[in-house]
Structure formats: structure tokens, C-alpha cells
Design a protein around this ligand. Structure first.
Ligand code: PLV
Length: 408
């Protein structure tokens, strides 16, 4: 191999792949920092480095952000070049999560159902994608203290990111937050404050604290960098599946995951793929907004799916409704919790009720209903369920939820 040379072997398309619309990578790093090494390739035009194969769901076929971490690709236009990519924050905080075919759910739906296992992310939910990205960006810009309001999972992602970045973090949560979540946050070195009944109360407190000098407010769902980080999930689906699924099922709280997935679908050219947006009754601010045609603030959060418990969705969620096909459905808490139990039995994974809301699209037969109503194709290529994960659950909590909901 020759020593590093210039970047001139990249053609326009490859440069575009590495660059966002503003000339920076989609994850914010200037393009130049993405490329450290170009060296001669022994494998011919368009070949892939044996050290970093691109096919089969590897990060390399994804967006610029996922090309980091040493992925190598030979530009098709260049007769013998391998480009190894690294960047100043190649230590992306999230992982490429597994995409597993569920036999049980596929049987139920009558087509392949794939689970995008975000429960296997560091800190147990998809939140690390967007929050990790956001925190890295603000750290780069001189943030000295992160303060995040959360129903649990965003806070855990922020605390984890803060520790990795060497920044102090304060996480503000509702008073009823589960003790295991508080302990885990403290284990990450974060200061934990409990304030108010629901997330909106805790959020007010976090926003007040964020006025301190050098402190930066981390929203759990409402920032373009968060949506950008979440969109990496769709690029991974694109790399792994190759062909578009018939539908993507996800849970909606404040709408950050929805915004990221909708943006990602647009980016990969899958904007026609319907998103089935699931909420629980009592935490259904997005469904209410769609019905009203404007943002709606719920009077209270009454669902047990507390991490879906934002009283008002992000305005971006309504923008998504314009750019994507969104089928919004609301399930009862009992259906979400029953889905948690059935998923545990089927897949041996314990997820929280917020995630149960998404799983209920299948366990409660909603997918079939949407097909019968003609809103979804009767012959779906495949279905992807985003197993968003969550920490607000353990075996005892599941039992007590079932008792509370009359399921035992
Ligand atoms: N939970 C946020 C907001 O809570 C949090 O701080 O934990 N599934 C899981 C497991 C989640 O934790 C969340 C958000 C969602 C789904 C919904 O994501 P969103 O808010 O981006 O729509 C109040």
C-alpha cells in the first residue's frame, strides 16, 4: 500500500455521498475530516477492501455518517483506489443494530416481519442515535454541561454521551421514574433531578437550568440533529434489505423517531413506504394533532407508556405527515402491555410498554385491519418493526402493570 495521497480519486457522486447538502457530512463533520487515507488498491475498479466489506448490512453502504469507522470503498470511477474513511468523531456512539426476521410475527402477518433491534443499542434504545449525534455536535461547539429532560431513555442516552465526551450531565425526569433508571443514570455519572408528574413538568425544569452559562439543553425528541441521527436507522435498513419494505412500524412519543425515519426514507428514496405510527391512548398527542390538523396539547398523560408521554408532539411530526404516508393508530395500554408479554414469550426480549405500542400493531391485528381497509397493500413485501427498546421495565414491573390492567 502506498502512503496517503490526495482526495482527487473521488468522483462527484462519491463526494456527494460523503457530504451533506451544506458541504458537511450528514452528521456534521466537515467532509475533509472524513477522509484520512487514500491508498493504492490491488483489487481493481469498484472493488471493496477485504478488510472492510460493504455488502450484507455493513455500515459501508449507508449514509456518510455510517461510512466512518474505517469503512473502505473503491470508487467505481477510479481504476485502483481504496478510500479508507475515518473522521474526527469516528467513535459514533450508536451501533448498527441487528435486523432479525421474527418467525412468530411473520406467521401472524403472513409475510416477513423484521425486527430492527434498537433495544440492543448502548443504553437500550434508539435514542443514542440522535442524542449521541446532538451531544457530539454541541460538545464540539463548546458546551460545558448537558441538561436533558427525559422519560428515561433519552436521559440515559444523554448521560452515556456526556460520559464519553467527558462532560457533566444533569438529567431531569418525572418523580415517578423507576428506581433502576435513576440508578443506571447515576452509574453513568449523571446528576439526577426528579421534578413533576409527567415529562412536560420535568422539561420546564430542564429548560430553566439550561439558561446557566455553558449549559446546553438536550431535548429528547425535538431537534434537527436528533432527527438526523435517528435517520441512520433507515440507512441501515436500506443496506441490509436492499429492497423497500411494505411498511415500517414505530412508536411515537414526541415524534423524534418518526421525524428521523421519515427523513431517512426520503434520503434513501423510499418515501413511498408507509409508516405505521403507534401511540397509546392517554399519550396520543400525534394522533390528536393529525385529527385536528394542528398541534394539540393533551391535558394530561394517563398512559402507562410513560416514555411516550409528551403532551405535545414536535411540529416536525406534522411536516412528516406531508412528506410520508403515515398511518396513525392508537392502542389501549392493555394491548401494549399484552404485546410486551407476548414478545417476551416469542422472542425472549423484554421491552417497555412504549415499544409494546409498536408491537401491538401486529399482536392486536391492526396491520391486517389496515390491509382489509385498503390502506395497506394486501401483499406486503415485508414489514419492519422498530423495536425501540426501553429501560422502564423489569419482570416485577411487568407483573404489576398486568395486575393494574387486569391481565392476571
Ligand atoms: N422517550 C423519551 C421521551 O419521553 C425519553 O426520554 O425516554 N420508544 C421509547 C422506548 C422511547 O423512550 C421513546 C421516547 C419513544 C419510543 C418515542 O420517541 P419519540 O419521542 O422520538 O417519538 C417523554
Amino acid at each position: 500500500m502506498k502512503p496517503p495521497s490526495a482526495l482527487c480519486s473521488l468522483n462527484h457522486a462519491e463526494r456527494g455521498r460523503l457530504r451533506g447538502v451544506d458541504g458537511r457530512s450528514r452528521f456534521g463533520a466537515p467532509t475533509s475530516t472524513l477522509l484520512h487515507v487514500i491508498f493504492t488498491c490491488p483489487h481493481g475498479p469498484g472493488s471493496q477492501s477485504p478488510a472492510a466489506p460493504l455488502k450484507g448490512g455493513g455500515a459501508g453502504t449507508g449514509p456518510p455518517g455510517s461510512l466512518r469507522a474505517g469503512t473502505a470503498v473503491a470508487p467505481a470511477s477510479c481504476s485502483c483506489a481504496v478510500v479508507a474513511m475515518e473522521d474526527s468523531w469516528s467513535e459514533r456512539f450508536h451501533t448498527v443494530s441487528p435486523l432479525l426476521r421474527s418467525w412468530a410475527l411473520s406467521q401472524m402477518v403472513g409475510t416477513d416481519v423484521f425486527l430492527k433491534c434498537e433495544n440492543m443499542q448502548p443504553m437500550g434504545s434508539f435514542k443514542i442515535r440522535g442524542i449521541g449525534h446532538f451531544c457530539q455536535e454541541v460538545a464540539r461547539k463548546g458546551c460545558r454541561h448537558l441538561v436533558c429532560s427525559s422519560g428515561g431513555n433519552a436521559g440515559l442516552a444523554a448521560a452515556y454521551s456526556a460520559r464519553k465526551l467527558g462532560l457533566p450531565a444533569t438529567i431531569v425526569l418525572p418523580e415517578a421514574t423507576a428506581p433502576q433508571v435513576v440508578r443506571r443514570l447515576q452509574g453513568e455519572g449523571a446528576e439526577v433531578l426528579l421534578a413533576g408528574k409527567v415529562w412536560d413538568d420535568a422539561n420546564l425544569q430542564a429548560q430553566t437550568l439550561a439558561q446557566r452559562d455553558g449549559w446546553v439543553y438536550v431535548s429528547p425528541f425535538d431537534h434537527p440533529l436528533i432527527w438526523e441521527g435517528h435517520s441512520s436507522l433507515v440507512w441501515e435498513l436500506h443496506a441490509a434489505l436492499g429492497t423497500p419494505p411494505g411498511a415500517v412500524v414505530l412508536a411515537v412519543g414526541g415524534g423524534g423517531l418518526l421525524a428521523g425515519v421519515s427523513a431517512g426514507l426520503l434520503e434513501v428514496g423510499w418515501q413511498h413506504v408507509p409508516i405505521i405510527a403507534m401511540e397509546t391512548c392517554g399519550a396520543h398527542c400525534f394522533h390528536a394533532a393529525l385529527e385536528a390538523g394542528r398541534l394539540v396539547t393533551l391535558p394530561d398523560i394517563t398512559s402507562v407508556a410513560t416514555s411516550l408521554g409528551a403532551k405535545t408532539a414536535t411540529a416536525q411530526a406534522l411536516v412528516c405527515a406531508q412528506q410520508s404516508t403515515i398511518l396513525s393508530r392508537v392502542v389501549q395500554d392493555a394491548e401494549a402491555v399484552s404485546a410486551v408479554q407476548r414478545f417476551l414469550d416469542d422472542e425472549r426480549m423484554l421491552v417497555e410498554p412504549a415499544c409494546g405500542a409498536a408491537l401491538a400493531a401486529i399482536y392486536s391485528g391492526l396491520l391486517g385491519q389496515l390491509q382489509a381497509e385498503g390502506r395497506l397493500s394486501p401483499s406486503l413485501a415485508s414489514v419492519v418493526v422498530i423495536v425501540c427498546g426501553g429501560n422502564n421495565i423489569d419482570s416485577r414491573q411487568l407483573q404489576s402493570l398486568q395486575t393494574q390492567l387486569g391481565q392476571t
